[in-house]
Design a protein around this ligand. Sequence first.
Ligand SMILES: Nc1nc2c(ncn2[C@@H]2O[C@H](COP(=O)(O)OP(=O)(O)OP(=O)(O)O)[C@@H](O)[C@H]2O)c(=O)[nH]1
Length: 472
Amino acid sequence: MNIFRTLHRSIVVLFIIVVVSIVTLVHISISNIVAEQSRAQQQSHSPALQLIVEELMKPLHISQTLVKARELHDLMGATTIDETQIFSTLKRMHNEFNLNFFIASENSRTQYNSDGSKIALIEGEVDWYFRYKAQPTDAMADIGQWQNPQFYIDLKVYDEQHKFLGVFGVGKGLKGFTEVFNDYKKTYGYDFIFVDQNNDITLTSNPELQIQGVTFKNMRDLPWFADLPTEQQQSLNNLLVPVEGVESLIAELNIQPFDWTLYLITPLQSRQTDISRGFIISIVTLLAIIFGLFLLIYNLLYYFKKDIQKIKQIDILTEIPNRSNVTLKFEELMYEKQSVSLVLIDLDNFTPINETHGRKAGDIVLRQVAHMLNNEIRENDILGRWGGGEFIILMPDTGPHEAAELCQKLCNKLAAMTITTGTTSIQITGSFGISFTAISRGMSEVISAADDALFAAKRDGRNVVRMQLIES
Ligand SMILES: Nc1nc2c(ncn2[C@@H]2O[C@H](COP(=O)(O)OP(=O)(O)OP(=O)(O)O)[C@@H](O)[C@H]2O)c(=O)[nH]1
């Protein structure tokens, strides 16, 4: 039947739609996650690099350029230091670059600052100068106190004979860094920790870890770092670590000129929110599609169910109500307390028709008889196929004698029919058995009486109408 083929096709199409939707959504979700991941990675690295270049490398490059100036070498190499000239040079540099500059002279053992102040470099009192002087490196980044905490880049200055003349330095107030860090944290959601070669925290976006007075906090002071195994402490790159109870991803960047390391700490929560949002959108879309498909399937099934029910109640060959359908109709009549005449019609000698002309011819006979009976019965009468060569008619509100008259007409009409199947013509007759009930009875009881009447019709030579009333 076409309906089954259509139902089957619809289910296959729906299945394909669901599979394609799921595959597409999974693909989109994975692409989103990968894109989000890459974006987050880029976001964490590129601004950090920009920050390093802008805030750390710029002062380094400025100081590296200035330290080569002849003027600086002359000032620092003079046997008698010209303080006025030094202050004026430093002030000019400060005005030009908006950075703090200083010269620590080995000759006068004095540090001259661009704000006009000076500090005597006395061993045992000014630690950094003597510590740095003893180190082999010629450039150093440091955090120091000069009015406010400063980020310093210190460069050693030598004369042509490589005699140590002192240190030239550039300072940048830490306040400026804090503002930049806050902006980055707000935009990209991560924390910075810059550490020097001793793992001392030099710069950080966490105010609690910022240098206090002259004491640095060290990475080992951080409980989450101290808890890590030693080999992980060597390299934190790409580690997932619970920082203050929050799962965080750490990226590590080495800042070559100072031998500093920058740790970027990204709490996963902020990343997860973005990814979860993508996921939720995908899942809601998927649910909406599934819900839509469910509605479609539900409607399709409802539509097909109605058709299937119809099929189940119609005899496929003759296209008239089948046995169960007629039984239901009889019960409805009984429920409505209607009187009914029930007629059983059995085609006479139907088996020989099948045997002589073939089963296909028998089918044609059944179809044409059903068609004729359907045309001849009254509007309220109900015709059905009862079995092999048997038909049934329910005649509501019809007494047995009126039913007998109607049946006689049908019997005559049937006997007068010529059924043509291809080249052969077939004559057929039918035997009619009538029963009647005026009260509500079970169908088997009424059928049984009609069967008796039918048996009598057969016994009386077929092609006749007989009646059997139910004894009260
Ligand atoms: N062609 C065809 N034959 C059917 C169909 N269903 C049942 N039959 C045949 O109908 C015959 C039974 O018909 P009955 O009416 O019970 O018997 P009958 O041969 O007519 O004999 P009497 O009723 O005694 O006259 C059997 O040969 C069945 O094979 C059908 O759908 N198509």
